[in-house]
Write a protein that binds this ligand. Structure first.
Ligand code: HEM
Length: 337
């Protein structure tokens, strides 16, 4: 009887508490169909909208790395640049220059020595010149390939190689890029030191550029010193472009305490200069190898055919003959190829 009574009292009390709880709840919460626990929470989109350019959503930290306080980094513009604009710049630069070279080849063909190869050769570049050139050239090519992997690898290579192979290659490419960068920096500095005296622009170069170096028509050879107007453009692009790549690359290798926004700015500069320079260098490689008869010898043996030199660097040949009484000219008995 007693236990029956206590059971009734307990049930009554429970019903009373539940009734009071329901009455105390807002009307909306009493309807199970409208329960939405995240309705009032802040959405990611709202957080992103709260970001003004250059600002970040930050909390507070007591550790030295203040970037750790950033809940959301500023950088949507940078992300869009890296994922959309930079690949576009790269594609236009590289495919554009390749298309121009194909067109140039179809219109002009291989540029021959108009007077034909002579029986004589003239020393154009010594071993130091060639060492510096190939140090800069090989390191640049290694950096261009491994750097392009950052922009195009995931979309172009990964579907072909599969994720495992792509990940292994990308890890290796990153190491190559980080270390070969130092060889390139040394190459650019040495290129500047050994060739700057022959690359000061002058009136002869302007005239050379105005007639397109005579490259478009057979038999036209505007006078040029040791380096012509086109080569001076290549030289200054390598020196200035190389300096920008080196400075921005250094910041990416060794980030300062200035934080993420600074790193993003350097990455943007690095990628843009790299693609513009790659396009120019593709043109340089073409003309320095298959595009022009006799040009490659200058960076292979260091000696070029005298007729080639007279056609492309007439003022330089004259200077060399006067200055050294022709001592750099050799091989009368040794026919040039
Ligand atoms: C396989 C690739 C390359 C080949 C076949 C090549 C070939 C040549 C040749 C033949 C010359 C001498 C032209 C002359 O006698 O007047 C030269 C000069 C030069 N090269 Fe290269 N080169 C290559 C890659 C590069 C790269 C990657 C760079 C720099 C990033 C570079 C920078 C220069 C510079 C600054 C000069 C002096 C200016 C000029 O002649 O345009 N080269 N190269």
């Amino acid at each position: 009887m007693t236990s029956m009574l206590s059971k009734v009292i307990r049930t009554g009390l429970l019903s009373l508490v539940f009734g009071l709880f329901v009455v105390a709840m807002p009307a909306s919460a009493q309807q199970p169909s409208s329960v939405n626990p995240t309705a009032q929470s802040v959405k990611e989109a709202q957080l992103l909208d709260a970001l003004k350019p250059g600002q970040s959503l930050a909390g507070r930290v007591s550790i030295p790395n203040k970037d750790a306080a950033n809940l959301i980094q500023p950088g949507r513009d940078w992300r869009a640049f890296n994922q959309e604009t930079l690949p576009r710049i790269g594609t236009i630069a590289i495919l554009g220059v390749l298309a121009l070279l194909v067109l140039f080849y179809l219109v002009r063909g291989k540029i021959r020595i108009d007077a034909g190869p002579s029986q004589m050769r003239i020393t154009r570049f010594g071993s130091v010149d060639r060492f510096v050139h190939w140090l800069t050239a090989t390191s640049f090519i290694a950096l261009a390939i491994t750097g392009a992997n950052v922009t195009f690898g995931k979309s172009v290579l990964m579907p072909m190689m599969g994720p495992e192979a792509f990940s292994a290659w990308s890890g290796m490419a990153k190491l190559i890029h980080n270390y070969v960068g130092f060889a390139f920096m040394a190459g650019v500095a040495l290129t500047f030191l050994i060739w700057v005296k022959d690359n000061i622009p002058g009136a002869t170069d302007l005239k050379w550029i105005l007639v397109g170096g005579g490259l478009l028509s057979k038999g036209t050879h505007p006078p040029a010193k040791r380096f012509n107007g086109g080569q001076k453009i290549v030289f200054w692009s390598v020196v200035l472009g190389g300096a920008f790549l080196s400075l921005s690359g250094w910041h990416l290798l060794f980030p300062t305490a200035e934080g993420m926004a600074e790193a993003q700015w350097h990455a943007t500069l690095h990628g843009t200069v790299a693609f513009v320079m790659t396009a120019l260098i593709i043109g340089h490689i073409y003309i320095g190898s298959v595009g022009m008869e006799g040009a490659f010898d200058a960076m292979a043996s260091g000696e070029v055919d005298l007729n080639w030199a007279k056609e492309h660097h007439s003022l330089w040949v004259k200077e060399e003959m006067e200055r050294k009484s022709g001592s750099r000219i050799s091989g009368a008995a040794q026919p040039a190829e």
